[in-house]
Ligand binder design. Structure first.
Ligand SMILES: [Zn+2]
Length: 422
């Protein structure tokens, strides 16, 4: 390879890196000026001007009009064009799947819920998810560039299946992406739900220093953890990192589908909570709750009203969660732990009080305040936000491809009619 070829390859690489950097800054900032982009990126104003010009021509970004800048100067605002293309985010749970349509930056604007019947086989659910995706593609007037589905279990990328999943029979070892995408021209990611939630925190709060070393504890129908270390999502060699719901807290305990005994998840999930409450109701204990109406809202209401069965059982799962979180702190030394999902939504303040108290008693290696414990602040489902964000990231990581595709489609639409018809 001669020197001029090498120079040209280097130029192409740096152009691709600069484009992706500018697009990511625009996503984080929402609206900002060319001067702000130059300041934040450290790139020359001329480089910014060129990149923004090609992005405007291709419809990837747009100008929003005059905005006031520093020292009273006025400049033109730039923002991502959310309508350039859309992405799909899907969240799979044990009782329903959710599909959202999101803009170019991954912000959902339309969410649909599809209930899953108890015991519904995977051979029924996966084709239903595929039909929902096909319907969305058929109805959309805007190009859909990618999709991502978050699963309630660790996904093995190479084998295209879940390592294991609790309370969802038939899913283990069943090909997921192949079933969803056969014959479909759509880039499709499959990820784990705790990782999707952690990624959503990074996508929306990535500029906050605390997010750089963060654990997202998903406490819902299962228990898992997404790990952010040095600003990056850590998934391990095969995507199994963070499965702390399968840390045993009792080696003589209940058997678990993962092969272990006494897994934390068996004692500390909304499934375990509901099961314990049903047992106490069946034993005739006085409670405002009904065994056949234990929705998150009903549980939240009962705990808020001080119902003894609801409060005692909720506190019990929070105690178990505290054991798991103490272990996580000792293993991973996070700066912040964010707890989210169904269990946290029942009574977030009560949960935080229990977990903070127990962690303070158990972790003596850290001074109080050295690890912050909070509940999720993102609106809606972080899992769904994360799935859409993963899909958006896969598109935005290569703005050059979007620019090229736009150029081709503009050429086709500006070609003479007789040529276009050929
Ligand atoms: Zn287990």
């Amino acid at each position: 390879m001669n020197a001029s070829n090498q120079k040209s390859i280097n130029q192409e690489k740096s152009q691709a890196i600069n484009r992706a950097l500018i697009i990511d800054l625009l996503r984080q900032q929402g609206v900002c000026s060319r001067a702000t982009l130059a300041h934040l990126s450290g790139l020359k104003q001329a480089t910014i001007t060129n990149i923004i010009a090609e992005c405007i021509t291709s419809g990837l970004v747009m100008e929003t009009g005059l905005m006031s800048g520093s020292k009273g100067r006025r400049s033109i605002g730039i923002t991502l064009n959310e309508e350039h293309c859309h992405v799909i985010g899907i969240r799979m749970t044990r009782s329903a799947f959710y599909l959202c349509l999101a803009g170019l930056s991954g912000k959902p604007f339309h969410v649909q819920e599809f209930p899953i019947a108890p015991g519904e086989p995977v051979q029924t659910t996966l084709p239903r998810i595929r039909r929902a995706v096909e319907d969305t593609l058929a109805q959309s007037e805007t190009k859909i560039a990618a999709a991502c589905m978050a699963m309630p279990g660790p996904y093995h990328e190479d084998r295209d299946c879940l390592f294991f999943v609790t309370e969802l029979s038939g899913w283990q070892n069943y090909p997921i992406r192949a079933t969803l995408t056969k014959g479909l021209d759509l880039p499709f990611l499959v990820v784990n739900d705790a990782n999707a939630s952690a990624f959503a925190q990074l996508w929306y709060h990535g500029q906050e220093p605390a997010t750089q070393n963060m654990l997202y504890v998903l406490a819902g129908q299962g228990v898992g953890c997404g790990i952010i270390s040095e600003g990056r999502l850590v998934t391990g060699q095969r995507g199994l990192a963070g499965e702390f719901g399968h840390n045993s807290i009792d080696y003589n305990g209940l058997p678990c589908e993962c092969g272990n005994r006494g897994c934390l998840e068996k004692y500390c999930s909304t499934l375990a909570l509901r099961s314990r409450i049903r047992e106490r109701l069946a034993a005739g204990e006085a409670s405002k709750l009904q065994a056949d109406a234990l929705s998150t809202e009903a549980l939240a209401h009962a705990v808020a009203q001080g119902d003894p069965v609801a409060c005692e059982e909720y506190d019990r799962v929070c105690e178990f969660l505290s054991i798991g979180i103490t272990n996580l702190i000792n293993q991973l030394n996070p700066g912040i732990i964010v707890i989210g999902d169904e269990l946290a939504e029942i009574a977030p303040d009560r949960m935080l009080a229990t977990v903070r108290e127990r962690v303070k008693e158990s972790v003596h290696t850290l001074s109080p305040g050295e690890v912050a414990i909070e509940v999720n602040r993102l609106p809606g489902s972080p899992v769904l936000l994360g799935a859409a964000a993963f899909a958006a990231q896969s598109v935005l990581a290569d703005p050059g491809k979007l620019i090229q595709e736009a150029a081709v489609s503009q050429e086709i639409s500006s070609a003479p009619l007789e040529l276009a018809a050929q």
